[in-house]
Design a protein around this ligand. Structure first.
Ligand SMILES: Cc1cc2nc3c(=O)[nH]c(=O)nc-3n(C[C@H](O)[C@H](O)[C@H](O)COP(=O)(O)O)c2cc1C
Length: 233
């Protein structure tokens, strides 16, 4: 059965049932070559804020979401929902609400230190990508499990789990040839209301997706070197 039709249900309290896991081991030469290639490919990823109007293949987005949903999660609770926003009227609503919040933020709510941190990125309160990127996802985290009868059950390590899943989403989109932006309008409560999400879900990030515009520019950023991010003991 394909993963698009099989339905997961919580295994809360079920006994441990191991199954064999015997993936073929990759020869080291292939492993080294693949790691080096991935390193180069991933270094090419950039956050894009100016998108081409060209449509993107819907299946690439579905496959990228399916990749994200393979992420590890605390107690395998998979506390994520990916909302694909297609209705232009809903996208207009999201943009209007986001720009209202962002205007307040850029007008001083963020504080001088945060504004200074953002200055090199050249961002402002105008969020054209919310209506103009060819595809838009909103990722929600499920703060707790909510059963059909209203039963609630705690979810563990929700921020970490959803953060990893979104990282995998970005990786899948990038390696499939699409660009994306992680946009976190603050506060994001309006998204639950506009997208009519259940009470257990909290917005995590808005993700416009597409191809970079022909005249796309990105800030000139330098990534930390390996020595700066890694240490050995
Ligand atoms: C958690 C998170 C929140 C972010 N929020 C925003 C945002 O609200 N608006 C924006 O333009 N970029 C946002 N970004 C994108 C970052 O600014 C961007 O990743 C960073 O400047 C590095 O650029 P790069 O992705 O091109 O390497 C966010 C990124 C992350 C991981």
């Amino acid at each position: 059965m394909s993963s698009e039709t099989r339905q997961w249900t919580p295994a809360h309290g079920a006994p441990y049932r191991p199954v064999a896991y015997r993936p073929a081991r990759m020869p080291s030469a292939q492993s080294l070559a693949r790691a080096a290639e991935l390193r180069t490919r991933m270094d090419e990823r950039r956050t894009v804020r100016h998108f081409s109007p060209d449509p993107v293949p819907e299946q690439v987005i579905r496959d990228a979401i399916a990749c994200a949903a393979t992420a590890p999660s605390g107690a395998h609770q998979q506390p994520w929902t990916f909302v694909r926003v297609k209705d232009p009227a809903v996208r207009e609503q999201i943009r209007a609400a986001a720009e209202q919040e962002e205007q307040l933020s850029y007008d001083g709510r963020l504080g001088d230190e945060w504004l200074a941190a953002l200055r090199p990125l050249g961002t402002d309160a105008v969020k054209i990508h919310l209506t103009d990127a060819p595809a838009l996802l909103v990722v929600f985290q499920q703060r707790y499990w909510l059963g059909p009868d209203g039963t609630k059950r705690k979810h563990y390590y929700v921020d970490e789990s959803v953060g990893i899943a979104v990282g995998m989403l970005l990786t899948a989109l990038h390696l499939s040839g699409l660009a994306a932006l992680i946009h976190t309008p603050s506060p994001m409560r309006f998204l639950s209301h506009v997208l009519r999400r259940p009470e257990n879900e909290k917005a995590f990030a808005v993700v416009p997706i597409g191809y970079p515009a022909e005249d796309c520019e990105v800030p000139d950023l330098l990534r930390k070197s390996l020595d700066q991010v890694m240490t050995e003991v």
